[in-house]
Design a protein around this ligand. Sequence first.
Ligand code: EPZ
Length: 420
Amino acid sequence: MQKLLIKGGKKLSGEVVISGSKNASLPIIISSLLFDDLVHFENVPKVRDIFTLINLIKVLGREVEFNEEKEILKISNKNKNKYFAPYSIMRTMRAGVLVLAPLLAKFGKARVSLPGGCSIGARPVNLHLEALKKLGAKINVKNGYIDAIAPKGLSGSNIKFPSISVGATESIIIAAVLAKGITKISNAAIEPEIIDLINFLNKCGADIEYNSQRKIIIKGVKFLYPVRYRIIPDRIEAATYAVAALITNGKLLIKKVNNEHLKNIFNVLKKIGANIKIFKDSFVIFRKRKLKPFKIITKPYPGFPTDMQAQFMALATQIKGSSVINEEIFENRFLHVSELMRMGADIKIKKQKAVINGIKNLNSAEVMATDLRASVSLVLAALSATGTTTINRIYHLDRGYSKLEKKLNLCGANIKRVND
Ligand code: EPZ
């Protein structure tokens, strides 16, 4: 296993280039299973989850070529289609459950391992399965596997999600594009990553409409023709580096972003005391004044993203006064708290609420990464701490951040990656 050694206390200054969105890439790449012809994606991030997905797509019979330097991914269909997604792959990447949708839509059958939970929660898939049944799938869950068939193919239906789910919304969009008839989704998730999936499929000939009232209408079509498609920038990566600038009292130019997708986060950062100058596809961020404590509640987009909760908690440890964070999306997404406390942070948890009393300086410590965003919150804390912090199990970090230490060291950080 590998770990990071981070010598803190340096003000970051320089430029960071943002990679493509992991959470847009995963559903869009999975939707390529709907196609017979070669599919070509650009701006695909070089992160662990993408390599895991490439393995899964190959196991399902496709040929995949990933030019990591150019970040171009090509998937071709050699007509050796398989319908079995094994636990060995699924247990490391939950988004794999999305393959159910294209396999049912295209071939009418699939045997997919239940993804299993992860550190931030049980992560059930009931919303995916109930909605797929409404499109005509017959689903049986036994021995850790989902056995699904659609003997008469999938047909459009009205689906009202009882709670908002990014993945379940993606499942139904992918399942419905080739279904007979019209599918109407209400209470859909409308994250930028979902809109990117819709834009890709529509460019390929799908007929999908959506609005800000969480309504999505999909009219089934007969064929899809793949087009060359560029994945949107990763808004969570961009926001993470914005917090890195503030927590080190530095100044960063963050490039290759979509500022529209960051508006909700910019509003919170400005209230805390950030100065943000927006340009066409970049922004500059630094402290305008002494940072002020804040209160955030994580919500589905366009609310405050749960994927930024841990990073803002690291920032709160450096802000004098009492900040409050309510995590309302996942039941167990405070695993970074105990590790931040090892660095001297003053945090109290009561159910889904964390109260953080900012202190002068965190001190270095040996800490452990537990999940993707918790890991990066420890990196942020270490950048501002005095001394050298060791972060163990950084494979969690590599799942979603491409070249993290390279990007930060180019801005003056002092981070070394070492083997255990
Ligand atoms: C996506 O996960 C993201 N992952 C997550 O990012 C993100 O935190 C999450 O959406 C919320 O924005 C990808 O896009 C690959 P959900 P997903 O279905 O789709 C419950 C990261 O750090 N639920 O919107 O799994 C669920 O347990 C990752 O990049 C059910 O109960 O999230 C959670 O409490 C972490 N039944 C809530 O809904 C279901 O069938 C929201 O989950 C599905 C979900």
